[in-house]
Design a protein around this ligand. Structure first.
Ligand SMILES: Cc1ncc(C[n+]2csc(CCOP(=O)(O)OP(=O)(O)O)c2C)c(N)n1
Ligand code: SF4
Ligand SMILES: [Mg+2]
Length: 351
């Protein structure tokens, strides 16, 4: 059985957000993933982020591909729109939905197999097009659902459960996202909610393509000595670049920041990110420096986590294409099909 509803009753004193909703209103069905799977921690972080941002669940559309990671949208945001697509094809389905209706908040959830192997082409184009979305890869270095084959993000030399070493060079999705033009790029770890929840909140309020690579140990096939995606390995090699809070519509709070230790980033919609830099020289607005930073730390065996790059004033695909502001499903027949005269006028501009 893959669908288990949760009991609707909850504690009467559970905190409510600005919409009068509790955290439970952002949950989904009971997870059927392995106990301890990192993906469940990411689902919990998504629930918390959406609850804390007071997002209306009916305004969120969650889309995924195929894999244990891609099953997770069943386990959060049960009152939102959802579409479980084909292996590696989530980005194109999300792109179509976003072009048809820009009024929804798009959340794409994928795996390292889904995005770095079969879906690599789709991933690349989604990053470079400025689609206003949050794209989370739940990265465990294996194809969990099909029993633990190495994925394309597994590090060279990493060993599988049977002790066999991976001989291929890894694909770093963060490096690709930076290279291809994503305007919000971050990496986190499923077991670090203090970092992950603010990152998801920041990504949700970012206008443009926001990518989060979240290391998420697979307890069944990739959480043993020799794996570079295990809980222990990531804890021992994690180098966080910054600490992040998201403050929505409260710019006056910025006056409390200690000089020299904080980076303020104003996002396109006016919301503010507060970045407490652990590394003083780290600049979140410098794409080239971010690429250099992660490459140098990767060579040292370190996993850099935190917000690596953001362009707070990024344009999105609708602004490039100058598309209608109204969602297609809200247009009447005349707006959808304005007639031969309008078509002729359009064609004339292209001759
Ligand atoms: C077209 C197609 N090819 C192959 C498969 C088999 N398949 C299902 S899930 C999967 C890999 C999933 O790996 P990942 O995206 O990393 O998710 P995880 O299970 O690790 O979370 C594969 C190869 C499929 N379902 N469809
Ligand atoms: S096989 Fe791995 S990825 Fe899949 S549910 Fe189990 S622990 Fe999670
Ligand atoms: Mg995987």
């Amino acid at each position: 059985m893959t669908y288990l509803p949760k009991p609707r009753l909850h504690h009467p004193e559970l905190a409510v957000n600005e919409l009068g909703l509790t955290r439970r209103d952002y949950e989904g069905s009971i997870s059927t993933l392995c106990a301890g799977c990192g993906h469940d921690s990411i689902s919990a972080a998504i629930v918390r982020a959406c609850f804390e941002l007071s997002l209306p669940p009916h305004r969120i559309a969650k889309l995924s591909g195929i894999g244990c990671s891609s099953k997770t949208p069943t386990y959060f945001l049960g009152n939102s729109h959802g579409f479980n697509s084909v292996h590696g094809r989530m980005p194109s389905v999300l792109t179509g939905a976003y072009l048809a209706n820009r009024d929804l908040i798009y959340l794409g959830v994928s795996g390292d197999g889904d995005s770095a192997s079969i879906g690599l082409g789709q991933f690349a184009h989604a990053m470079r097009r400025g689609i206003d979305m949050v794209y989370i890869v739940e990265n465990n270095g294996v194809y969990g659902l099909t029993k633990g084959q190495f994925s394309a993000t597994a590090d060279k030399g990493a060993r599988n459960k049977r002790g066999v070493a991976n001989l291929d060079e890894p694909i770093d999705l963060v490096g690709m996202a930076l290279h291809l033009g994503a305007t919000f790029v971050a990496r986190s770890f499923s077991g670090d909610k203090a970092q992950l929840v603010p990152l998801i909140k920041a990504a949700l309020t970012h206008k443009g393509a926001a990518f989060i690579d979240c290391i998420s140990p697979c307890v069944a096939f990739n959480n043993h000595d020799g794996s570079t995606k295990s809980f222990d390995h990531v804890r021992a090699h994690n180098a966080a670049v910054n600490r992040l809070d998201v403050i929505i519509g409260q710019p006056e709070i910025t006056v409390d920041y200690a000089p020299g230790t904080v980076e303020i980033v104003r996002q396109h919609d006016g919301s503010i990110l507060k970045l407490r830099k652990l590394a003083d020289e780290y600049d979140v607005t410098d794409r080239i420096a971010a690429m250099d930073f992660i490459t140098r730390h990767h060579a040292r065996g370190e996993i850099v986590t935190g917000l690596l790059y953001v362009d707070p004033d990024a344009p999105d695909l609708h602004s490039y294409l100058k598309t209608a502001t109204k969602p297609l499903n809200a247009m009447d027949e005349n707006e959808l099909c304005p007639g031969a005269g309008a078509l002729e006028a359009l064609n004339a501009t292209l001759r």
